[in-house]
Design a protein around this ligand. Structure first.
Ligand code: 4NP
Length: 151
């Protein structure tokens, strides 16, 4: 059975657009992959130029993505909600309407480092290096997720 996966960060312009693009490239078209930000300041915008170029260098085009804010109905729409850092986790969990949907929310790097609660660092205020680092982390985590979903 296919699944619906949502990637969540703060602005939905740096990390989660990369996570969405990477995850989608590893799964068949039967899966639905989307991303959102806990904040709405960048709604409607393209991914950050540095995310676009990092993805492009690795063969992924993420320019059809537009930022949007996470909404309560996402808890019902999606089967898995992967958040990028502990702050996103806290913000998303605070919006959860019931206990059942809370179990859908996971820190994405716990797929690589179980129970360690490691953040995908926010690359917004850094240079291109930070984006390459984020891409590599997300690529490994999405390999693990894709492996589980295809089983
Ligand atoms: P993201 O990065 O959460 O990975 O999209 C950020 C983008 C923008 C801002 C913060 C983080 N901002 O404060 O505008």
């Amino acid at each position: 059975m296919s699944s619906k996966i949502l990637m969540v960060c703060l602005g939905n312009i740096c990390r989660s657009p990369l996570a969405e693009g990477i995850m989608r490239a590893k799964l068949s078209k039967d899966f639905i992959v989307d991303s959102a930000g806990t904040g709405g300041w960048h709604a409607g915008e393209l991914p950050d130029k540095r995310s676009i170029s990092t993805a492009k260098n690795r063969g992924l085009d993420i320019t059809s993505q537009r930022a949007r804010q996470f909404k309560i109905s996402d808890f019902n729409t999606f089967d898995y909600i992967y958040v990028m850092d502990n702050s996103n986790y806290k913000d998303v969990m605070a919006l959860a309407p019931n206990e059942e949907v809370k179990s859908k929310v996971k820190l994405i790097l716990n797929e690589l480092f179980p129970n360690e609660n490691v953040d995908v660092p926010d690359p917004y205020y850094g240079g291109q290096d930070g984006f390459e680092n984020v891409f590599n982390m997300l690529n490994e985590a999405c390999d693990v997720i894709a492996g589980k979903l295809k089983r």
